[in-house]
Design a protein around this ligand. Structure first.
Ligand code: AKB
Length: 312
């Protein structure tokens, strides 16, 4: 089997994805890349570099002869607002570089889009696959442009690029990134460290979410689906559960009844309100059999145990 490259391998999604890919295809098949490798105890191949450097990416391609690339490197919504120029460069130039490599060396590509493509003119409930996308964050702008770029490379050059609009993904194997939905992970650090959390969103802010194991399973499922089943070459709507901070707190109080929550909404509230609350992902279910396994209680317990173990 040809080697598989994972960019952004040390991020929240990458840390779980790499483990799942190694378990499925063997340790030696997976080549990790990150600009800031996090873990000194990392086992396997780690290349340190920047996705904006196409010459470097070509050197890697020649060295390893990748058949697939999971291109996860990128800035999230909050990080993107802090540094819009960098978000534009990393999220779009990085993607174009990967698509150019994929075109020249016939690689299959996975690239994550996000619920950040949704904006004020998108329906808030059960967003259909095709709707109006006018995001208000730089992150969302790069995701809409990136989706169109993926579709362009598919039609123009036949690049087999596949994508999912990730909802808020909640895992524990790496530290949460600089995003908006990430409150749903930070809250578990607050729970375990001091049995309290100051939430930057209002209690009734409903957002689409998913437990990381479901997201990883869905991602690999999409990449393994026969090409003729893939009818969407921008990015698939993809969801599992939608909940508010208050609903998550109610679930957490089943573990710790005196858990204290303080609501102190900041700029991130506006970002969250610009996104949708629930999503129609029937295309993903029809085309490649997507089905989630985690509901809110199951996710809460898994995150509690995972974060606790990580902090011990
Ligand atoms: C963020 O909140 O920026 C990310 C996302 C929804 O893509 N978690």
């Amino acid at each position: 089997m040809k080697k598989i490259l994972v960019t952004g391998a040390c991020g929240l999604v990458g840390s779980d994805l790499v483990l799942a890919l190694k378990a499925k295809y063997g340790e030696n098949t997976i080549v990790c890349m990150d600009c800031h490798p996090a873990d000194q105890h990392f086992e396997g191949v780690m290349e340190v570099g920047d996705v904006c450097d196409v010459a470097y990416l070509r050197t890697l391609q020649k060295k390893y002869d990748f058949g697939q690339i999971y291109h996860l490197a990128g800035l999230l919504s909050v990080g993107g607002e802090k540094n819009p120029d960098r978000a534009w460069r990393v999220n779009l130039l990085g993607l174009k570089n990967i698509l150019d490599i994929a075109r020249d060396y016939q690689c299959r590509v996975f690239w994550p889009s996000s619920i950040a493509v949704y904006g004020e003119t998108t329906p808030k409930a059960l967003v259909p696959q095709h709707a109006s996308f006018e995001p208000t964050t730089m992150y969302g702008v790069t995701k809409v442009a990136g989706e169109l770029l993926c579709q362009y490379y598919f039609h123009k050059y036949g690049v087999d690029v596949r994508s999912i609009r990730y909802p808020g993904l909640n895992g524990y194997k790496a530290a949460p990134g600089d995003g908006t939905t990430e409150y749903a992970i930070h809250i578990f650090y607050g729970l375990i460290k001091e049995n309290r959390y100051e939430c930057f969103l209002k209690p009734d802010t409903r957002l689409p979410m998913m437990y990381m194991d479901d997201a990883i399973r869905g991602t690999i499922q999409l990449m393994e689906a026969p090409a003729e089943n893939i009818t969407i070459r921008t990015s698939y709507n993809f969801t599992a559960i939608s909940f508010t901070p208050a609903e998550l707190v109610a679930e957490i109080r089943k573990i710790s009844p005196d858990f204290e929550i303080i609501y102190n909404p900041d700029d991130r509230q506006k970002i969250a309100e610009s996104w949708a609350q629930t999503i129609d992902d029937s295309k993903a279910r029809e085309d490649w059999g997507w089905q989630e396994e985690y509901d809110l209680p199951k996710m809460t317990m898994a995150l509690y145990k995972g974060v606790k173990e990580r902090l011990e």
